[in-house]
Design a protein around this ligand. Structure first.
Ligand code: NAD
Length: 329
């Protein structure tokens, strides 16, 4: 007999929660139970739009489900997730995992004790353009990231480091297999009450350097990553879904993608430059994330971004933000 699908619900159906519902309501491997939100009108609106059940309280939803997506404002994640885990429910928590590292640590411990899956919504880790890099042997030495976004009031309740930069911190921590050795950071507050533009430089124990700039005061969106390593340079446009790779080969090595032969060392020795544009499979990253969560709840997979990864990204983001505040004041 086939195993039943996990029963799942969504807590918080604002801007992003609506998208979680859209993907879960007809998911082929989940049994969608319903939604809850402290805003009664919003709950009713979303329940009508997706023709699903609404629950008047978190407790009443938890009585019916095996797992939940928590898509409430970040400041509420710790309390809501704590309640869900205490009820024995697996949790997908939107990013950042919590407001503070201490809260994240507490959730991780609680989840470990109860054998509960925590997945964190660092959706950019599933960006198809980033995943296209998987076929290459990565050992970054320098990473340059730029993430710019036009100003909107949504998200400004948290500083730009916790809103935007944390995506890139998570990506960088997944690319560099070494602990962070030191951090330099600075930033400014321009429109909101918190930091709107930030720059951070991470140096890892293995010598890798990452330079990240995040701004929510920009004319157009930009999300670009450049990865430099020995004999390879990759550029990833997370927004356009474009990945381009330049590799250096010895002159005698044959490669159909060789575009140029150039003198690349002090002795004038020629090397071949190979240009590749790996296929970027287009898929919906949120759908993929939720499918990964459902499979993890069933014990058939593990979260691509687990609670520990969410906690570690928050830890670095918090250190960056604290450093910026210290610098400003
Ligand atoms: P939002 O304000 O549009 O929606 C939040 C909803 O949660 C609202 O409907 C609100 O009424 C409800 N809510 C608040 N407290 C609640 C509680 N205790 N119980 C139940 N419902 C509650 O916010 P949003 O933009 O959808 O963001 C939600 C979360 O998603 C935030 O943590 C944010 O950082 C994250 N987010 C992640 C990404 C991403 O790229 N992964 C993008 C946007 C937002």
């Amino acid at each position: 007999m086939n195993e039943p699908f996990p029963k799942i619900g969504v807590i918080g159906v604002g801007h992003l929660g609506r998208h979680h519902v859209k993907h879960l309501v007809n998911h082929t491997h989940a049994n969608f139970i319903g939604i809850t939100d402290i805003d009664i009108d919003r709950t009713r609106e979303i329940a009508e739009e997706f023709d699903c059940a609404s629950y008047g309280s978190l407790e009443s939803l938890l009585d019916e489900v095996d797992a939940v997506s928590i898509v409430t404002p970040t400041r509420t994640h710790a309390d809501v997730a704590e309640q869900c885990i205490a009820a024995g429910k697996h949790v997908f928590i939107e990013k950042p995992i919590t407001k503070t590292v201490a809260e994240a640590d507490q959730l991780l411990q609680q989840a470990a004790e109860q054998n509960i899956v925590i997945q964190v919504g660092h959706i950019e880790r599933l960006n198809p353009a980033l995943l296209a890099l998987k076929e290459f042997d990565l050992n970054p030495k320098f990473i340059e990231v730029q993430r710019l976004a036009p100003y909107t009031i949504r998200g400004t309740d948290v500083p730009v480091v916790l809103d935007l930069m944390i995506h890139d911190i998570d990506i960088i921590l997944s690319l560099v297999d070494s602990p962070v050795k030191n951090i330099r950071a600075s930033g400014v507050s321009l429109l909101s009450d918190s930091v709107d533009i930030a720059n951070a430089r991470l140096r890892f124990e293995n010598g890798t350097v990452a330079n990240i700039t995040s701004s929510r005061i920009a004319r157009n969106k930009v999300r670009k990553i450049k990865v430099f390593q020995k004999e390879m340079y990759a550029t990833i446009d997370l927004l356009l879904g474009l990945t381009e790779v330049y590799r250096v080969l010895d002159e005698e090595q044959d490669d159909p993608n060789a575009i140029q032969s150039a003198a690349l060392d002090a002795y004038g020795n020629h090397k071949k430059i190979v240009y590749e544009k790996p296929d970027v499979n287009q898929f919906d990253a949120l759908e993929m994330e939720l499918t990964n969560f459902i499979a993890s709840v069933k014990g058939k997979s593990s979260p691509i971004v687990d609670g520990r990864a969410g906690r570690d990204a928050l830890d670095v983001a918090t250190k960056i933000h604290d450093m910026i505040l210290e610098d400003i004041h």
